[in-house]
Design a binder for this molecule. Structure first.
Ligand SMILES: [Ca+2]
Length: 275
C-alpha cells in the first residue's frame, strides 16, 4: 500500500508541476495533499473519473438509468453536479436518468479523506445520494462484499436531516443484517448547505467524521484476528459518487416533484496521514 501511495504521490507531484507550468491561477493546495479534485473548470476530468452506465437496478432494484450526458454529469462554478432527471412516466426502471462515477485512482490506510458536498434540496421521498468506496479487488473479479465497502456518506430523502456511514465486508454486510455503521447521524443542514464528510483511515481503525476531524461520528477498529473477510480495509479502494433514485434503500414511493435533483460535490481531497 505504501508503495502505491508513494507512486500516487509522485504522479501527483508531476501533475502539479505540469499545472504550475500551464497556469498560474490554480488554487494553492493544502499541505500533505496526495490527490484532489476541486472540480474547477467546465468539464469533469476524463483521466481521473470513470462513468458507469445503465438501468440494471444496481443490486437494489433502483430506477435510475446512469448516463454521462451533460444533463446528468457536469462541472460548473467550482462543483461537480450529478443531476437526476425524470424522463419517463415515473415510478419505474429507466424513468429517471442520473450519474455515477468511480475514481481511477485508489487509496488505502494512512490517509485522511474529505469530501465537501450538498445533498439535493428536500422535496420528498426517493433520492439516494452517496459518497463511498469499494475495494479495488472488485475490478479484478473479487465479489461484493468480500472486496470491502466504505460508505463515507449515504442519505435517503425518505429520512430527511440525517445521514449514515457504514462499512461492509464478507463478515459484516447488510444482506445478513451484520453491517457495522453509525446509524442515523442528525445533520439538519444537510439539504441546505455544503458539509464535509470524511474518514481518518489507519491500518488499525477507520474514524468517520463530519465537518471537522475531531467531530467523530463513528469508529470501527480492526479485529484482533483480522483477515480479508472481516477487514478488507488494508487494501486499496476507489471512490464512487452517485445519485440513485428509488430502490430498496432509496424507497419505491418516489416523489416526482424532486426532479431535477442536484447532488453537488465541491471537492474530494486525500491527505497523507502522519504516522
Ligand atoms: Ca470546488
Amino acid at each position: 500500500m505504501r508503495i502505491l501511495l508513494l507512486a500516487s504521490f509522485s504522479l501527483f507531484l508531476s501533475l502539479l508541476s505540469c499545472k504550475e507550468n500551464s497556469s498560474n491561477s490554480e488554487p494553492e493546495l493544502p499541505e500533505g495533499l496526495l490527490w484532489a479534485d476541486e472540480f474547477n473548470g467546465t468539464e469533469w476530468d476524463r483521466e481521473e473519473w470513470i462513468p458507469e452506465f445503465g438501468a440494471s437496478g444496481w443490486g437494489n432494484q433502483e430506477y435510475q438509468n446512469y448516463t454521462a450526458s451533460k444533463e446528468n454529469l457536469s462541472v460548473s462554478d467550482g462543483t461537480l453536479k450529478i443531476t437526476a432527471l425524470k424522463v419517463g412516466d415515473g415510478q419505474g426502471r429507466g424513468d429517471y436518468t442520473s450519474a455515477r462515477i468511480t475514481s481511477a485512482k485508489t487509496f488505502g490506510p494512512g490517509t485522511l479523506i474529505e469530501v465537501r458536498a450538498k445533498i439535493p434540496d428536500y422535496k420528498g421521498n426517493g433520492l439516494w445520494p452517496a459518497i463511498w468506496m469499494l475495494g479495488d479487488s472488485i475490478r479484478k473479479g473479487t465479489p461484493w462484499p468480500t472486496c470491502g465497502e466504505i460508505d463515507i456518506m449515504e442519505y435517503v430523502s425518505r429520512s430527511p436531516d440525517v445521514f449514515f456511514s457504514t462499512i461492509h465486508s464478507a463478515a459484516n454486510n447488510h444482506t445478513n443484517g451484520t453491517q457495522i455503521g453509525s446509524g442515523n447521524v442528525p445533520l439538519p443542514s444537510i439539504e441546505e448547505d455544503f458539509n464535509t464528510f470524511g474518514i481518518e483511515w489507519q491500518e488499525e481503525y477507520i474514524k468517520f467524521f463530519v465537518n471537522d476531524r475531531s467531530n467523530v461520528i463513528f469508529r470501527i477498529n480492526r479485529p484482533q484476528d483480522y483477515n480479508l473477510n472481516n477487514w478488507p480495509f488494508s487494501e486499496p479502494h476507489f471512490f464512487i459518487l452517485n445519485l440513485a433514485v428509488g430502490g430498496t434503500f432509496g424507497g419505491f414511493d418516489v416523489n416526482d416533484d424532486n426532479f431535477p435533483a442536484v447532488f453537488e460535490i465541491d471537492y474530494v481531497r486525500v491527505y497523507e496521514l502522519e504516522d
